[in-house]
Each structure stands twice: as C-alpha cells, then as structure tokens.
Design a protein around this ligand. Structure first.
Ligand code: PEP
Length: 254
C-alpha cells in the first residue's frame, strides 16, 4: 500500500448479472460499514444493462460504479456501442478500459485503449486502464518491458491522480486461481509507478492508484494488498460474492 493513497477495491462483474443480482450490490452496501468507509473506496462495475439500477442502489452507501468498456466515440452510427457519456449518464464514476479480455478477444490495441481512456475522461469518468503480460511473456523475462510499452501506448497525456487508475492484471492470473509472488507484484508495480513518472511527471504519478488484479480472493488479499505500490484491487470472480468482496475490502483497509 502507499500510505498517502486511499485504496480502491473495484469489482468487475464481466458478462454476469441479471436484475436479481443487484441484491449482491445491496449486500455489499450493507457491509460497507463506517470502519471500511473510513479507509477504502469501493466500486462495482456491472454489465451496462444493470448500471443505472446498480448506481441508484449504491449511491446512498457512497459506493461508486463503473462501466467495463466504452466506445471511443461520443455518439452516432455505431450500432451496439455504449459511449462513456452514456455510462456517466447511467450513474457511473469509473470505466475499465483495456481489460485483457478486450485486448485479446476484441483485438484492442494500445491506441484503442488510449482513445477509450480519453473518451472516458472527456465524460468525466475515471478510466481504470488495465495492463499485464501473458504467461509466455513472463516466462521469456519480458513482463516489465510489455507492461511499460502498454503504459506508454495507452495512458492519456496529462492524466493525474484524480483522472486515472491503473490496474496491473497479469493475463495468466485472471480467472485461473494463479497469482504472481508478492515480490513479482512489487517489481511490476514499482516499474509502473516509475513509468508513470516519466509519462505524467513524478508528482502526478505518485498519487495514481495502482490496483492489482488477477485471482484476488479473501485468502490471498492481505498478502497482495500489503505489497508496496499496490493501492487496491480489481476483482473479477470474487466480486460476485458480497462476503468475499467485502473480505477483500477489509484486507485493503489495513
Ligand atoms: C478481472 O477480470 O479483472 C479479474 C481480475 O478476474 P479474476 O479476479 O476472476 O481473476
């Protein structure tokens, strides 16, 4: 953790959730007690269809919401796309961009991810820009080089601690139950902070929240959240269970 940074635990529901599952968000709101509220921010990123209702259900609890992706465009003839302005209008505060599932399954390049991050910022959403290496890249000793290249290609110019969150999500750790060692997470997060310093200036980079994501669970959250330069978590599977998501938030709360 970074002492001066208020941590963020964000849940990525991916393509899961029907109306009835807003009960999960309501359960999280119930468990977000005064102690947790003092120390950690929470956000839930449901599918776009549930964003409006989830945002309305969470506003009283001061839990943020986010989209999982956005268009590079603001509006117009882009059938099937959802713009950042629409997400904001539905109550979102954040938008995940460049998740590895988007980069891999939808061919998103760093340039696309940057355009989406810029679109999110324009709509006053805070983009959660995801970066991370594949297993082959890690085994070839290229993890740091890959992550730095993704940052250089996908972080908008002039971003600040208030307008950017970065999530380090090793592709091989997402949904697999595998996690890097604490030392490996520390090495990558330190490199991310340093690269952001080169891109945005040291002062801005020092305050940007750097989340770790990839198989975070209640059983490993304390170890991962206590790594230097880890300022919270991006949680997939475990965010669909209110008790697990809250346990991770507690681990983040020191
Ligand atoms: C994710 O999809 O962003 C993620 C981190 O998934 P999981 O926690 O299930 O590995």
């Amino acid at each position: 953790m970074t002492r001066s940074i208020r941590p963020l635990v964000a849940g990525n529901w991916k393509m899961n959730g029907l109306k009835a599952d807003i009960a999960i968000a309501a359960e999280v709101a119930k468990g977000y007690d005064t102690v947790l509220k003092q120390g950690v921010d929470l956000a839930i990123c449901p599918p776009a269809t549930l964003l409006f209702t989830t945002s309305a259900a969470l506003i009283g609890a001061r839990i943020a919401t986010g989209g999982q992706d956005c268009s590079t465009q603001n509006s117009g003839a882009f059938t099937g796309e959802v713009s950042a302005a629409m997400l904001a209008d539905a109550g979102a505060n954040f938008c995940i961009v460049g998740h590895s599932e988007r980069r891999t399954l939808h061919g998103e390049t760093n340039a696309t991810v940057m355009a989406k991050a810029e679109a999110a910022q324009k709509a006053l959403l805070v983009p959660i820009v995801c970066v991370g290496e594949t297993r082959e890249e890690r085994e070839a000793g290229k993890a740091l080089a890959v992550v730095k290249k993704q940052l250089r290609g996908s972080i908008p110019d002039g971003a600040t601690a208030a307008t950017l969150v970065v999530a380090y999500e090793p592709v091989w750790a997402i949904g697999t139950g595998l996690t890097p060692t604490a030392a490996d997470v520390a090495e990558v997060h330190e490199a991310i902070r340093a690269e952001l310093g080169r891109l945005l200036g040291k002062a801005a980079a020092a305050g940007v929240r750097l989340l770790y994501g990839g198989s975070v669970k209640p059983s490993n959250a304390s170890e991962l959240m206590n790594v230097a330069n880890v300022d919270g978590a991006l949680v997939g599977g475990a965010s669909l269970k209110a008790d697990e998501f809250l346990a991770i938030a507690r681990a983040c709360n020191g």
